[in-house]
Write a protein that binds this ligand. Sequence first.
Ligand code: URP
Ligand code: ZN
Ligand code: ZN
Length: 487
Amino acid sequence: MPEFDLTIRNGSIVNAADTTRGDIGVRAGKIVAVADKLPAGTRDLDASGRYVLPGGIDSHCHVEQLSASGMMTADDFYSATVSAAFGGTTTIIPFAAQHRGMSLPKVVADYHACAGPKAVIDYGFHLIVSDPTEQALKHDLPDLIRKGYSSFKVYMTYDKLKIDDYAMLDVLDTAGREGALVMVHAENNDIIKWVAQRLLANGHGAPKFHAVAHDPLAESEATNRMISLSRLVDVPILIVHVSGIEAVKTIRAAQTLGARVFGETCPQYLFLTAADIDKPGLEGAKFCCSPPPRDAASQEAVWEGLANGTFQVYSSDHAPYRYDETGKLPKGDKTTFKDMANGVPGLELRLPLLFSEGVGKGRLTMNQFVALTSTNHARMYGFADRKGSVAVGQDADIAIWDAEKRTTIRAEDIHDNVGYTPYEGRTIQGWPTTVINRGRVVVADGKLHAERGSGQFIPRGMPGPLTTPRKPSEAMRLFQSFIQPKP
Ligand code: URP
Ligand code: ZN
Ligand code: ZN
């Protein structure tokens, strides 16, 4: 009887910190040996000439989620996780999204009921908090954080989701006390509404005006405001889907001051610009997400932010909506940019695009690629004890990459349920050919080998940024000294 269930031999093993050559032994879903030479396991994969990477972790995607305006994503937990797996991702963290009036524990139970029978790779959940009632902040949220839902997203925009600054301070305070990471959608709601109203009143409803309404100043103003709130109470935040040069610079400046402010960006801000939205008819709707893709200077700033550490994580923000009445065209040919569902697909292409254009073009090292696509997600969100590295004791979540494989992107080859891709026709180099989750070969030879429901829920511990002690601002300390009860 061989010592290992699975061996992956002769590959170039890349982690966030180093690159080594060697063999990996897997038993009962865990990596139990990494060494120069190991005997073949029951199943033996030859990775000669290939890169052996930790499976990707996509910590921002929307799956089987109802939007605030009542639109359901095109992907369920089966199609989303199959698509993710084909692109080299072995864990996703989508959202359990609360809408106003909903109880958080019920929301979480409902998402589990959807994911459990369908997911083919592992998954966790962030919460979306849109109704920070006393019940939510004092009871439900603390309880859920302790049960492994240790991060949640808040919105500064969308009328039905947004949280005002006063309530945001209460939310931050709860997160700081309970040890949760707050993910922020930072856009100024009133700027967007004010500009959009004037555009529509003047007959400018075409998709390209989405990018005009979501002016970069709406993003940078909200980013700066949220950073101020976070610094006041010294509770870490992660600004998600950062798109514009000013927002990038604002985050960088706060980090330089020592603030615990973190950043995420996504493929659409590296590989698309606002010019892509300017297509005949309503075609541009396929490129509309919030914040929208910007200009070449912003793209450059985002690339720089990935390389210099302003961004810790690179996620897809997969928000899949079909080009029909269920998503992008709810009012048919009368649809304006204000009516359509926001979001672009990206679960499957997130890693191949960055591998090709980031590593392949010399903008990122392989180690940076691994950190940005896997290791940092596990550290940031509190599950680095089991995922994000190829190392003894970790789950055997591995993607074997063929760095030479060239692929011309076609929507018909993508495994999601969206029906188009904003990256149609591009040729990229490098693809994950074998994808393994907890020792199970999920994808090999272009085929799916995993059963529906074989993915597991991953409860998470304290997010990395929360493990250093809280140091409220001077103003806050003074304020606290006044409100301390007298002995
Ligand atoms: O346009 C986007 N990003 N839609 C998804 C929802 C969100 O705000 O992330
Ligand atoms: Zn968002
Ligand atoms: Zn999102």
